[in-house]
Design a protein around this ligand. Structure first.
Ligand code: SF4
Ligand code: MG
Length: 315
């Protein structure tokens, strides 16, 4: 039941601000070892905030993040260090996430130095190993980030995330900034690494084609809440929530002759400062009923693993 509300500063200094952006507003889900859980939704739905909460880059307003039974959200600073080793992150922008003044060798040994792993020699060996694992070579070690392409830089970011042998890697839109031809290479690399090292991924994306290829289960977010979660098969073949259906109907199909009914949603995503009461989606939902305007639908189990938050399905 994790929440992150960001208070907004009031333009009138004498008035105390009571408003906040409800970026993540009461979200619960599990991630199982070795799986890839996708988190999808439009920009501003709270995906990246969710990622930062899991990785303890920000603290929640309320709720817990449990990792192997330990509540990460309320750990003391010194214990955070250890858990940070286990949960790493790969960010969206491969251009901004590498310090341009450092060589690849420095960038890759940095996490090892911070966590005081090994001596200089063993750290160097680890750097060479990491370069190889992501498809680069020792030849690249003393170069600077600007000498690499976007795809190569994302490989370097992945190597950096792997340096401390993590259990979980949170990938926040890891291929969105890359050319389509390069996307597939990076995604295949992530898949290979998962198999080789038994990694668990939380894979955040707005691209439903990428998610389909990558994920075992998928959580759909809308305005700070999960509206549906299930296996990729359930989500793609039997979407239940009207928002999931609309998202899927907007994905271009491979065949121009394949008939697909496109669901066009009314209006824009409302502001997370004052989300509509009841179901946050009711102003745009083609199936909205009276109850949707006032009662918040809870996430309820439908099938073995599929859960949906919608009054159309409430027991
Ligand atoms: Fe639509 Fe109502 Fe379901 Fe919300 S709860 S998605 S408004 S039918
Ligand atoms: Mg984002």
């Amino acid at each position: 039941n994790i929440k992150k509300h960001f208070p907004i500063s009031n333009p009138l200094p004498f008035k105390k601000s009571t408003q906040s952006v409800k970026a993540v507003d009461g979200v619960s889900f599990d991630v199982y070892p070795g799986e890839t859980l996708g988190i999808v939704g439009e920009s501003g739905c709270g995906k990246s905030t969710m990622a930062r909460l899991i990785n303890q880059l920000i603290r929640p307003t309320d709720g817990k993040v449990l990792f192997k039974g330990q509540d990460l959200a309320n750990l003391a600073e010194k214990d955070l260090r250890d858990s940070r080793k286990s949960i790493q992150m790969v960010f969206q922008n491969p251009y901004a996430s590498l310090d341009p003044r450092k060589t690849i060798r420095q960038l890759l040994s940095e996490p090892l130095e911070i966590h005081r792993v090994g001596d200089r020699k063993s750290r160097n060996e680890r750097v060479m190993e990491l370069l190889e694992v992501v498809g680069l070579s020792s030849y690249h070690a003393d170069r600077y980030p600007h000498e690499f392409s976007g795809g190569q830089r994302q490989r370097i970011n992945i190597a950096r995330a792997l340096a401390l042998n993590p259990d979980v890697i949170i990938c926040d839109e890891p291929v969105s900034a890359l050319d389509v031809s390069v996307q597939a290479q990076v995604i295949n690399l992530l898949k290979d690494l998962q198999e080789e090292f038994g990694l668990t991924y939380i894979f955040i994306s707005h691209d439903l084609n990428v998610v389909r290829y990558m994920c075992d289960r998928i959580a759909v977010m809308y305005l700070g809440k999960i509206v549906e979660i299930g296996t990729y098969k359930e989500i793609y073949e039997n979407p239940l929530h009207p928002y999931t259906k609309a998202l899927l109907s907007a994905v271009p199909t491979e065949s121009p002759y394949e008939k697909k009914e496109r669901i066009i949603l009314k209006g824009d995503v409302p502001s997370p400062v004052n989300p509509p009461p009841g179901c946050h989606f009711h102003k745009r939902c083609p199936f909205a009923m009276e109850i949707c305007k006032t009662a918040v639908p809870e996430l309820e189990q439908q099938d073995a693993r599929q859960q949906v938050a919608c009054h159309l399905y409430q027991s």
